[in-house]
Design a protein around this ligand. Structure first.
Ligand code: ADP
Length: 475
């Protein structure tokens, strides 16, 4: 059994999580500890005990450890990518890309550890100076989802450690393997006992235990329902909270778009990584004059996508990550047809030589904004095309959602690109690019119900992982 890491010691648990390969249900990736509330309490206590010393380490000490971890992740990207593809189901190139990103994130925050800054100002009162500085928040709980098994733990853990916090990570039940590998790497990179703790297991059991054990801050990525309930629980306990909760991201195709480029953006944004990205383009909003040509071409390209085993070289789309997610996708496909949307291509469960959760990407047309297909996050390879009368109509449709993570536009007009950048109600805007696929050195996050709290990643990550102190210094 792969154990939990608590206070620098690998600890087994009474029960185990069976990590299955969604490409091949006969392949068991491994057995992983499933922690108890007591394990979580001990992990938080260990992080609490380790905090005073860790928060007083020099930036150089923290930077060196993060840099060592980043180097090992990058050096082992092939092995770690294979593990990730086996447990999550994204294709091997996608998985290696994600591992590479995780390594780069550690390298980036190794630099950021050296750049914590403050401000010194004259007071408005004579003889007084004001010093504004940042300090670590304390013990940070991290709860992560299954769709990016190493990148999301990395983009929360690296800034937390860089700025002097201690960490308890609770990864998603479906994908403990990559988080375990990350814990192993961090441990060997030289982190003192208790600075980083890993408690794998059920969110329903470990989430409440984590909050009750007395963390100072919680960073969560996952579903809206879980995120909103955690936010309430954090509010009453005075826990600083940051939430990322998905999207219903629009890609607008203006009538002056380059057709092939727009189709490429839609194909990538809607279906790559099996549509399991919170930045996926699940609503394709297409202006009238280009609409029919776009749908025809996108259907051809979708039909040509090769869905198969995540580790097979010819596969372009891996399986859906779990049985529950596949059932959810298929019910949305059936629901879309019942609501009157036209299924142009796909949507069915596919058989392959191995038993797995394979699904043909589903493309719907003739959708209306009130349909569930256009309102609810599906988190699978299901895309809905909406017809727009004009660019202005398309923009209104794009913003007609409670979510606000990413929004894309395909156009050849600079004026429209500028207008869209200013008026899209989203945290991230992509012009002539897929809505999914973001850089690791710039802020990530959304508006409306997609996100809550400060942005993640890049220089902006410091907002969440530090707290500001204003000191008045008299003479
Ligand atoms: P998904 O539908 O993508 O699995 P969830 O929000 O259920 O989204 O899961 C995201 C993460 O939240 C996972 O690590 C999961 O274990 C955890 N989780 C689920 N329920 C709770 C809960 N009640 N409290 C804390 N964490 C939870």
């Amino acid at each position: 059994m792969h154990s939990n890491l608590i206070d620098g010691i690998w600890r087994n648990s009474q029960t185990a999580l069976r990590n299955e390969n969604p490409s091949d249900l006969d392949d068991v990736v491994g057995e992983y500890a499933s922690g108890s509330p007591d394990d979580m309490r001990e992990a938080v206590a260990a992080a609490r005990a380790a905090f005073p010393a860790w928060s007083r380490t020099t930036p150089q000490q923290r930077s060196d450890i993060l840099d060592t971890a980043g180097s090992e992740i990058l050096a082992r990207r092939q092995v770690l990518g294979t593990l990730l593809a086996r447990e999550e189901g994204k294709t091997l190139p996608e998985a290696i890309g994600e591992v590479t990103r995780a390594g780069q994130i550690f390298k980036f925050f190794a630099g950021e550890a050296l750049r914590m800054q403050g401000e010194l100002m004259d007071s408005v009162r004579p003889g007084v100076e004001v010093l504004v500085s940042r300090e670590a928040v304390g013990v940070v709980g991290l709860i992560t989802p299954w769709n990016f098994p190493i990148a999301i733990p990395a983009w929360k853990t690296a800034p937390a450690l860089a700025f002097g916090n201690t960490v308890v990570l609770k990864p998603a039940e479906l994908v403990p393997g990559s988080a375990w590998a990350l814990a192993d790497i961090l441990q060997r990179a030289g982190l003192p006992a208790g600075v980083f703790n890993l408690v794998m297991g059920s969110g329903h059991v470990l989430g409440p235990a984590m909050l009750d054990a007395g963390i100072d801050a919680l960073s969560f990525t996952g579903s809206q329902r879980t995120g909103q309930s955690l936010a309430k629980a954090c509010a009453v306990r005075g826990i600083k909270v940051q939430l990322e909760m998905g999207g219903k991201n629009p890609l607008v195709v203006a009538d002056d778009a380059d057709l092939e480029q727009a189709v490429e953006c839609a194909l990538n944004g809607a279906f790559y990584a099996t549509g399991q990205r919170c930045t996926a383009s699940s609503r394709l909003i297409v202006c009238n004059s280009i609409h029919d040509a776009f749908v025809t071409r996108l259907a051809e390209r979708t039909a040509a996508l090769r869905v198969g085993h995540a580790l097979a070289v010819e596969s372009q789309i891996g399986p859906v990550a779990s049985e529950a997610q596949l059932a959810n996708n298929l019910s949305h496909v059936a629901g879309g047809q019942a609501e009157g949307a036209r299924l142009v291509y796909g949507g069915e469960h596919l058989k392959r030589t191995t038993r797995g959760y394979y699904q043909a990407p589903a493309l719907f047309a003739d959708c209306t904004p009130d349909m569930r297909l256009c309102r609810e996050e599906i988190f699978g390879p299901v895309a809905a095309v909406l017809r727009a009368e004009s660019y202005e109509h398309a923009l209104a449709l794009a913003n007609d959602t409670p979510y606000g993570l990413a929004a894309g536009l395909c156009t050849r007009s600079l004026a429209r690109a500028t207008h869209f950048r200013r008026h899209a109600e989203a945290g991230m805007v992509m012009v002539n690019l897929p809505t999914a696929g973001v850089d690791y050195h710039v802020p990530f996050g959304g508006r409306k119900t997609s996100s809550h709290g400060p942005r993640e990643q890049g220089r902006y990550a410091i907002e969440f992982y530090t707290t500001v102190k204003t000191a008045y210094l008299g003479s």
